[in-house]
Write a protein that binds this ligand. Structure first.
Ligand code: NDP
Length: 240
């Protein structure tokens, strides 16, 4: 039977490309989203992939969301924690709400979703969890203490949970994308974006499909010996 995968923030941007790549790889996909009904409806009509609305920053909503997907599609073997937001501002302008929103959604969402699915994966002795971090969690970024802290936290979360999952048949990995051509990056002022692209050795933004192919590999049967790793897909912008 096809494995069931949940992709959070799976109806647009990088998440949409991940949902499509996992479907192409033969999985049954549930794409979660936060509230953009128009994009979710268009995505489901175009792809035939079911979309489910809940806030990944809400612990109870995640437990209920995963239970609903399991009732409709079957046991969840794969979680891709992709949903994320930015609330940028320098320290003097960053409010407590901006800090808490980003930590709650970007980092808290990974815990909430993993918590909902880990027990079932453990029982079935197979699971894949892929967390979408960021180059800005590895290197930091001006005006993003909240986002960089959350993404850096995702990289630590990945390594810690990978150690727990290793003997249970559950792999946990992260992808750290560089700058990818999505709505999130379209929100960056063009003069700032020009400077960013100038610092990318391959000389362009990445495509969502380039992240999705990495996720599909980490979710595959072939990737069983890969765990606790971070795959940087960033056009050479940050190497270490
Ligand atoms: P987009 O802004 O294009 O899409 C974000 C997606 O996340 C949407 O589907 C949105 O749902 C969903 N989402 C946001 N908040 C929540 C929430 N609380 N609960 C559930 N879903 C939510 O982002 P990208 O595709 O650009 O980014 C995807 C991931 O990749 C993020 O984690 C981001 O931090 C990371 N990343 C992106 C980079 C880039 O250059 N684009 C670089 C490095 C990392 P809805 O449609 O309903 O709003």
């Amino acid at each position: 039977m096809a494995r069931v995968a949940i992709v959070t923030g799976g109806t647009r941007g990088i998440g949409e490309a991940i949902s499509l790549a996992l479907k192409e790889a033969g999985m049954t996909v549930a794409a979660n989203y936060a509230g953009n009904e128009e994009r979710a409806r268009a995505f489901t009509e175009k792809t035939g992939i079911a979309s489910y609305k809940w806030d990944v920053g809400d612990f109870d909503a995640c437990q209920e969301g995963v239970a609903k997907v399991e009732a409709e599609l079957g046991p969840v073997d794969i979680i891709v924690n992709n949903a994320g937001v930015t609330r940028d501002g320098t320290m003097s302008k960053m409010t407590r709400d901006m800090w808490e929103d980003v930590i709650r959604i970007n980092l808290g969402g990974c815990f909430n979703m993993a918590k909902a699915a880990f027990g079932g994966m453990r029982e079935r002795k197979w699971g894949r969890i892929v967390n979408i971090g960021s180059i800005n969690g590895q290197a930091g970024q001006y005006g993003q203490v909240n986002y960089a802290a959350a993404k850096s936290g995702i990289h630590g979360f990945t390594k810690a949970l990978a150690q727990e999952g290793a003997r249970l048949g559950i792999t946990v990995n992260a992808i750290a994308p560089g700058y990818i051509d999505t709505d999130m990056v379209a929100a960056v002022p063009s003069e700032v974006l020009e400077k960013i692209v100038a610092r990318i050795p391959v000389g362009r933004l990445g495509q969502a499909s380039e992240i999705a192919r990495g996720v599909a590999f980490l979710c595959s049967e072939d990737a069983g010996f890969v765990t606790g790793s971070t795959l940087s897909i960033n056009g050479g912008q940050h190497m270490y």
